[in-house]
Design a protein around this ligand. Structure first.
Ligand code: MD3
Ligand code: FE
Length: 213
């Protein structure tokens, strides 16, 4: 059974909120920094354009994706995996410096991430409940940044089918997945399209910094 969603911002900027071991930092990134991140991502997408992944069975996903770093996440008929190249054959561009700075600030004990996965949600896009387990070392943390429209984020425990909690992620929120939260089931139920003016055509971008190799 799911509880009623709360606004992540309701607890006040800066105070982390704990959802089944998943740490949400509401309003961690100031509006000018959010705009600078969007500019960084335009450069990433110019080098490595967003593409529509398909499930191993060939069904297109509703979220479009690209990556930066030494490897990126791809999915096609050959399966889900991290790959050293974009589907076009080009290398992934480097992870933007301001994202590395954010990682080092929040996770000072960790080594640098080698992948930044970029998810783009337009109206109607969603991501079903899943665990992230394609990385070689599942004890390494993941850091997520939300930009643009509000998203209803759902988090459960480490087994499928248990209770879940939901929270609205807003532009500038950061989620840290370290410790018990790292293997939590999670997903995005829906986007509230047009709730943010950060992206000129609306929609939502989620960045996840990861240690993959
Ligand atoms: C909990 N992305 O890319 S971000 C994904 O908003 C993914 O695009 C969602 O799930 C999005 O895999 C959710 C928050 C998040 C990211 C990674 C996690 C939560 C996580 C990894 C482990 C546990
Ligand atoms: Fe995930």
């Amino acid at each position: 059974m799911a509880t009623k969603p709360t606004f992540s911002g309701a607890d006040g900027a800066g105070r982390p909120l704990d959802l089944n071991g998943v740490q949400v930092h509401p309003g961690r990134i100031a509006p000018d920094e959010q705009a600078a991140l969007v500019a960084d991502l335009r450069a990433v997408a110019a080098a490595a354009p967003f593409f529509t992944p398909t499930t191993p069975r060939g069904k297109p996903m509703s979220v479009r994706m690209t990556s930066a770093g030494r490897c990126g996440w791809v999915s096609d008929r050959a399966g889900y995996r991290y790959d050293p190249r974009h589907p076009s054959g080009v290398d992934w561009p480097p992870i933007p410096a301001r994202l590395l700075a954010l990682w080092r600030d929040l996770l000072p004990a960790s080594r640098d991430p080698d992948c930044c996965l970029v998810n783009f949600y337009t109206e109607g896009a969603r991501m079903g409940l899943h665990q992230d387990r394609d990385e070689a070392d599942l004890t390494q943390p993941v850091l997520s940044v939300s930009l643009g429209d509000d998203a209803l984020f759902r988090v459960g425990g480490t087994t499928r089918g248990g209770p879940t909690r939901s929270v609205w992620l807003r532009s500038g929120d950061v989620v840290v997945l370290a410790g018990p939260g790292r293997m939590a089931y999670h997903g995005i139920d829906r986007i509230r399209f047009g709730t943010s003016a950060l992206l000129p055509k609306g929609g939502r971008i989620n960045l996840t910094l990861r240690i993959v190799t």
